[in-house]
Design a protein around this ligand. Structure first.
Ligand SMILES: C[S@@+](CC[C@H](N)C(=O)[O-])C[C@H]1O[C@@H](n2cnc3c(N)ncnc32)[C@H](O)[C@@H]1O
Length: 216
């Protein structure tokens, strides 16, 4: 396929406009909260790559009776901030901060979550780790295996991502890049997730909902 940027009409339509842009971010995160099942005192949420708590805070505002939340984040300073923010909103909840990441061989809790959320982690982390696409996919597959175990057979996974642009290309030996929707969906299926559904999309911004198969 020729590079779409070489086509003058395509160029004029898309110049600086393909990626959704930061102004879409509140909608993107809000849609994830709206896609969740109801959460209450009996439920456990695991927020993977919680950062400073942006997504957990939105969920805590929507579900102030949430019983238990695990914040998984390898950056200790961000994790500390996320913990403080969530504690303010959920003073009665059990809050477990866990300084760890997925896809790194860390020992992680298994299969007690009603919902596992991943807010803009898989594609950016895969990209920022560098190397080839082959190496990126190896990390992604390990990360998805961890997410599969974290969710367990009763859990749902909600993954908010920004995908590859239409002009991104390259095989496994080329530099790492973000994945297309079809590629990412295939990786979910390969890791043992089922019912993979896109519950939101605006240009590169997507939310995928899925649940693990009970036995892999
Ligand atoms: C783009 S930020 C998103 C943070 C937060 N979820 C949000 O939506 O604001 C990506 C986060 O993933 C974390 N991270 C890096 N490596 C990770 C890994 N292996 N597993 C989980 N999270 C990781 C980073 O420290 C960073 O906080």
């Amino acid at each position: 396929m020729p590079d779409p940027w070489d086509h003058p009409d395509w160029y004029d339509l898309h110049d600086t406009t393909w990626t959704a842009g930061p102004e879409r971010e509140p909608e993107h995160y809000r849609e994830l909260v709206l896609a969740l099942p109801p959460l209450g005192a009996e439920n456990h949420l695991v927020d993977v790559g919680a950062g400073t708590g942006k997504l957990s805070v939105l969920i805590a505002r929507g579900y102030p009776k949430l019983g238990r939340i695990t914040l998984l984040e390898p950056n200790q300073n961000k994790l500390d901030r996320a913990q403080v923010r969530v504690k303010e909103l959920l003073p009665d909840a059990m809050i477990h901060p866990l300084s760890a990441g997925v896809g790194e061989g860390a020992a992680l809790p298994k299969a007690t979550a009603a919902v596992v959320t991943v807010g803009s982690v898989l594609m950016p982390v895969m990209e920022f780790r560098g190397g080839t696409l082959h190496q990126g996919l190896a990390w992604l597959r390990a990360a998805l295996n961890d997410l599969h175990d974290l969710a367990g057979p009763e859990g749902w996974l909600f993954d908010l991502e920004s995908l590859a642009a239409p002009w991104d290309r390259g095989s496994e030996e080329d530099p790492v890049r973000r994945l297309t929707m079809a590629e990412l969906t295939d990786e979910f299926l390969r890791a043992g997730f089922q019912n993979v559904e896109c519950v939101y999309r605006f240009r590169d911004r997507v939310i995928l909902k899925s649940r693990p198969r009970s036995a892999r």
